[in-house]
Design a protein around this ligand. Structure first.
Ligand code: PMP
Length: 342
């Protein structure tokens, strides 16, 4: 922990200080008493929502941090643990871009270790890149943009051997048949797991991310977060979504079915050179000319992600699984794509 964070006296929000007493007249927070219920500040610790998330994830609420997207939960560990200009973090490459952005914003050196040709890593290589100033190691499984799960044994080795914190980003874990690392929380006090409502839960717009970790780590993240980082509408909508949890499973099942269909058809296209195996709701594909195909699709109103400039992803597009008609629109457009004319 950074010394200034250790010593920090956190902001105490209006409703933190009286507790356990019944109250009905709130003249403490400079709110406007009209316009109920949006006039009142939301619960800074999102207790009701954490209770529900705890129940479905089988984790006690004191092990849960909720943030403004998992992007907030990526940034806060930098601010809690890494001294600007002194400490560093290690991450696999390629991976989700926000780890490096947060490192850069916080003036923390970002050390990349390239994945192998199967998009896998060796714990020993990440440990070799680390030194006494390495505070965090970032892993993403299933990884973005490659789509594959990282090898579980290597992650476990890292958790056992690295003295700093290992952050395992499971944003896409709901699409994978590998178990989450949530069951390992008690075993590894240096583990932070990230999950999100933005993918399988279909709630990218409400901005709700989750971090699961030891009580000590969660207390630190809560200490430095903005007081009301998850707004009332978000908390309310997430509660509503959890109450109809079954629909998420149906969505995942449909998307996995669509993924198989789209990948099977995509592979037959003349422009497709290779499709990488995936455990997520997207796949990475090497095509004949990523830039041309990307521009051609934009012209047809279809947006995919061009990952050509990313390490190991030369000429690669990352394609999200859409609805049946959306996937058909992509296939139809690419059937009409001619390399020379484009
Ligand atoms: N982690 C990964 C691996 C992602 O791909 C994304 C979104 N693209 C995020 C985290 C951020 O998700 P959120 O919407 O929860 O901020």
């Amino acid at each position: 922990t950074r010394p200034n964070i250790w010593a920090l006296k956190p902001y105490s929000s209006a409703r933190d200080e009286y507790s356990g007493k019944e109250a009905s007249v709130f003249l403490d927070a400079n709110e406007n008493p009209y316009n109920t219920p949006n006039n009142r500040y939301p619960d800074p610790l999102q207790r009701e929502l954490k209770g529900l998330i705890g129940r479905i994830k089988k984790v006690s609420p004191e092990h849960i941090f909720l943030g403004n997207g998992s992007d907030e939960a990526i940034d806060l560990p930098f601010r809690a643990f890494c001294r600007p200009g002194i400490d560093n973090v290690v991450a696999i490459e390629p991976t989700y871009g926000m780890y490096q952005v947060c490192a850069d914003v916080n003036d923390v050196e970002y050390r990349k270790v390239q994945l192998d040709a199967n998009f896998q890593f060796k714990a020993a290589d990440l440990l070799a890149a680390a030194d006494e100033h390495t505070k965090l190691i970032f892993l993403c499984s299933p990884n973005n943009p490659t789509g594959n799960n990282l090898c579980r044994e290597e992650i476990l080795t890292l958790l056992r051997q690295f003295e700093g914190l290992v952050i395992v980003d499971e944003a896409y874990a709901d699409f994978s048949d590998q178990p989450s690392f949530l069951q390992q929380l008690d075993e590894f006090p240096n583990l932070i797991i990230l999950q999100t409502f933005s993918k399988a839960w279909g709630c990218a717009a409400i901005r709700l991310g989750m971090a699961f970790a030891s009580k000590e780590i969660i207390d630190l993240l809560n200490k430095i977060k903005y007081p009301y980082n998850v707004n009332r509408l978000t908390q309310q909508e997430a509660i509503r979504m959890i109450e109809k949890h079954y629909q998420v499973q149906q969505w995942v099942a449909s998307l996995l079915k669509e993924r198989t269909r789209l990948m099977t058809e995509f592979e037959k296209l003349p422009c497709c050179e290779h499709i990488y195996p995936t455990d997520a709701n997207f796949f990475l594909t090497r095509v004949s000319n990523a830039k041309k195909i990307y521009d051609y699709l934009v012209d047809k109103g279809i947006i995919v992600r061009n990952r050509s400039n990313v390490a190991l992803c030369h000429n690669c597009l990352r394609i999200t699984i859409g609805t049946h008609p959306e996937n058909d629109a992509l296939l139809e457009a690419l059937k009409n794509y001619k390399e020379d004319e484009a």
